[in-house]
Design a protein around this ligand. Structure first.
Ligand code: AMP
Length: 425
């Protein structure tokens, strides 16, 4: 059956055997893990995770997004979870009979634990849930997940929930082939590199050169050279990865841009840069996922000064009116004055450094950047839309740029405020 690598892995005998061998067991049984209803499974994961709180040594999910998402739903559901622990019951929200039965077979009433968790949560509410993980799981040693690339945005929130607990950035892989391992788990996620395992697939690398001129065609992001094998890559050079796999993909372009940052013995260590596809293009401008990430980070710094935070974001190059312009959608937690949001919008517009963008903005062949603030919960609706179309929560990555009509409809429907940049006069 077609599916993502992790879906197959969690259903496999290997997954069960690995738990036996490493003596690292999951709190949830198979009936919870394999259920496709992410809201109900998240609830059960949290319930069982707390029921076994003393034994929990590590908290993990494939992508960091799902961990943040789980704890943000915990903020809303902790009272129900405590009630279930107190009574040894499962909330009526859990409607899947097999899943209900599997959880009910495990939990027993534990009023002492329930009131301890309640007291901790009441305290945590006052500090906006800072340090939730070490407080609720005092024996947890680390949090393990993919935190690089498009997951980097969730690091801030993850650090907030984890306090000083180490964050271990997981491996670099894809459904098509696993690629590299993080040999230095104690490194900050921002500094992590991945040593390629030369036996996972036959790897080739297409050298990529950034266009420093804005004279190139708008649809070309990098100039490519001929692919080189693993043994011929050079430190400091950016490449797109090409895979020939044991399962039959021949010279498959993965679409990821990586930079060789050094070697481990003779295998290269890769720094993940971004997805290859250009994100935002109006005319001669070229901005990637990484460029957008940096700009949004800069713009949202102003939010933290006003005790607000950026929950999630996406973008769109709007071409329906001339001149075209970038639209960035933000979901924010906390109240922020319009004056501050106006400044965030200006700051983002001024922070794109791509020469194509800067020149186009100066000549007004790209219009002022638009910042749209969406209602709280909009990105959850987007997640539901993707899940409804067959995506798995564990594989979900918020699209950082979209042309999807339904998605844009959702975003526009829930936009509550709009700002246009005043940068460039
Ligand atoms: P999927 O095919 O859904 O398993 O997703 C694979 C894609 O996720 C890769 O091509 C990357 O773009 C991204 N990805 C996987 N692991 C990492 C990682 N450690 N850091 C950054 N991005 C990653």
């Amino acid at each position: 059956m077609a599916g993502t690598a992790t879906t197959h892995y969690f259903a496999s005998e290997e997954f069960r055997m690995k738990q036996e061998k490493t003596k690292l067991f999951t709190c949830s049984p198979h009936e919870v893990i394999s259920n496709g209803d992410y809201k109900q499974t998240t609830y059960c994961h949290l319930l069982l995770g707390l029921f076994f709180h003393k034994e929990v040594e590590c908290i993990t999910s494939t992508f960091a997004y799902s961990i943040v998402q789980a704890f943000s739903s915990f903020e809303e559901q902790w009272e129900d979870i405590c009630k279930d622990i107190k009574e040894g019951n499962v909330s009526s929200k859990i409607t899947w009979p097999k899943m209900r039965k599997a959880v009910l077979d495990i939990i027993e009433p534990n009023p002492i634990l329930a009131s301890r968790i309640e007291a901790i949560c009441e305290g945590l509410q006052g500090s906006d849930w800072f340090g939730l993980v070490p407080k609720l799981w005092p024996n947890a040693k680390y949090v393990y997940s993919i935190m690089t690339g498009s997951m980097q945005h969730y690091l801030k929130k993850l650090r907030h929930y984890c306090g000083s607990l180490p964050l271990v950035s997981a491996e670099y892989g894809s459904t098509e082939s696993w690629i590299g391992v993080n040999l230095d788990p104690s490194l900050e996620p921002e500094k992590v590199t991945f040593a390629v395992m030369p036996t996972f697939s036959y790897f080739e690398f297409i050298p990529l050169y950034r266009q420093d001129q804005y004279s190139g065609s708008g649809s070309v992001d990098f100039i490519e050279d001929d692919p080189v094998p693993l043994s011929q890559v050079k430190v400091g050079q950016e490449y797109e990865i090409v895979l020939t796999t044991f399962t039959g993909l021949y010279r498959y372009r993965l679409g990821d841009v990586v930079e060789v940052s050094g070697f481990h013995n003779e295998t290269p260590k890769l720094k993940f840069i971004c997805r290859r596809k250009l994100l935002l293009v109006v005319n001669i401008d070229k901005n990637t996922e990484k460029d957008l990430q940096l700009v949004v980070e800069k713009g949202s710094q102003l939010l933290s000064k006003h005790r607000a935070e950026l929950v999630d974001f996406t973008s769109h190059a709007k071409l329906t009116h001339q001149p075209g312009h970038y639209v960035i959608y933000w979901e924010i937690k906390g109240k922020v004055e319009e004056r501050v949001l106006c400044e965030c919008c200006r700051e983002m517009d001024a922070s794109f450094v791509d020469p194509g963008y800067v020149v186009s903005r100066r000549t007004n062949s790209i219009g002022p950047l638009e910042l749209c603030i969406v209602e709280r919960g909009t990105f959850k609706k987007i997640l539901d839309y993707f899940i409804g179309n067959g995506a798995a929560l564990s594989q979900f990555k918020t699209p950082r740029c979209t042309n999807d009509r339904t998605l844009l409809k959702i975003l526009d429907l829930y936009t509550v405020k709009r700002f246009r940049s005043t940068a460039y006069g």
